[in-house]
Design a protein around this ligand. Structure first.
Ligand SMILES: [Zn+2]
Length: 319
């Protein structure tokens, strides 16, 4: 199961104990995938989790004559009977918007999708979050957190997208909007915002999964940075070592290694034998033992001697 489906499965099981929240959920799902006829009102969806959540919310607000019908992948969840339909529309504050007598059945559902959701239903923060849960169930998706972070609600009409952006902003989410195939897409890209959003709409287990993935990614990122840092240091050691080898070769060619003090001779020999050795490795190989700064000091002395030889012999200074 994809991460997205997992989120929806979890959301379908979230209870909305408060009646106001159950109405907000019904409003969201009805707004995005409405079924409306004179004797039926409900939703049509291919998502079983959206269907299950809608049915549970209908039961919560005690609407009666609930029918669930499946044909192929499509699921219709609706209430039946003129009286129930009236109650349903009153509950969603749509009773004034609908003129049942004037429109044919097919038109009613199209009109329902165009009616704005009543702000009265979205006054409480709990209801806004539940409404967003409904939108996500019907039209949301979120990418697997092991890859890049992306959560979206789509497709939406232009006005709906603006309303959703405002709603998200009212509870602290900075979502963005783009167009795809002529429809609007509202999306979040930031891992932390996506995590907060999942928490807000009630997907706490999915939030934990996402947080774990984020932590793993952070650790992997740190390891990469560490590896890059070490590689950069090795490269630095390599460049310094090349310079030292050249100095030592020059000394050998001119005044001879044997003219140097015993400690400098040893440092020169150790460097020649360990071109890639770090200062610490050269220090460890010294006899008698010497510290890292001690070996560094000796290598600098060799560099000074080589510089003097170059000066004397008219060599252009190394570099
Ligand atoms: Zn509420």
């Amino acid at each position: 199961m994809s991460f997205s489906s997992g989120v929806k499965e979890e959301l379908a099981l979230v209870n909305s104990p408060a009646r106001h929240c159950a109405i907000a959920l019904i409003a969201a799902l009805f707004h995005l995938c409405p079924v409306l006829e004179k004797e039926h009102a409900g939703i049509r969806t291919e998502n079983p989790y959206a269907a299950a959540a809608f049915e549970a919310a209908l039961r919560r607000v005690r609407l009666e004559n609930i029918e669930v019908a499946k044909s192929g992948r499509e699921i219709v969840v609706q209430i039946a009977g003129e009286q129930q339909v009236t109650r349903f529309l009153e509950m969603l504050k749509l009773d004034h918007a609908v003129r049942m007598g004037e429109a044919g059945s097919g038109q009613l559902a199209d009109q329902a999708a165009a009616w704005p959701v009543s702000p009265v239903l979205l006054q409480k923060t709990c209801c806004r979050k539940t409404f967003l849960r409904g939108l996500f169930l019907a039209a949301g998706s979120v990418s697997d957190p092991s890859g890049s972070y992306h959560l979206e609600i789509a497709p939406l009409g232009g006005e709906d997208a603006e309303a959703v952006l405002k709603l998200l902003s009212s509870i602290g989410f900075q979502a963005k909007c783009t167009r795809r195939k002529g429809r609007s897409v509202v999306y979040l890209k930031d891992g932390e915002q996506i995590s907060d959003f999942l928490g807000s709409i009630g997907a706490t287990q999915s939030l934990m999964k996402l947080e774990n993935a984020r932590i793993l990614k952070d650790i992997a990122g740190n390891i990469n940075r560490q590896v890059n840092f070490e590689a950069a240091n090795l490269k630095k050691t390599g460049i310094a070592s090349d310079r030292q080898m050249e100095d030592i070769a020059l000394i050998e060619r001119t005044i001879g290694i044997h003219s140097l003090s015993e400690p400098l001779q040893q440092a020169a020999r150790l460097r020649t034998e360990n071109p890639d050795g770090s200062l610490q490795e050269l220090a460890d190989a010294s006899n008698p033992p010497v510290g890292r700064s001690g070996i560094n000091h000796r290598l600098q002395r060799l560099a000074q001697i080589a510089a003097k030889i170059r000066e004397k012999e008219g060599y252009a200074s190394w570099q």
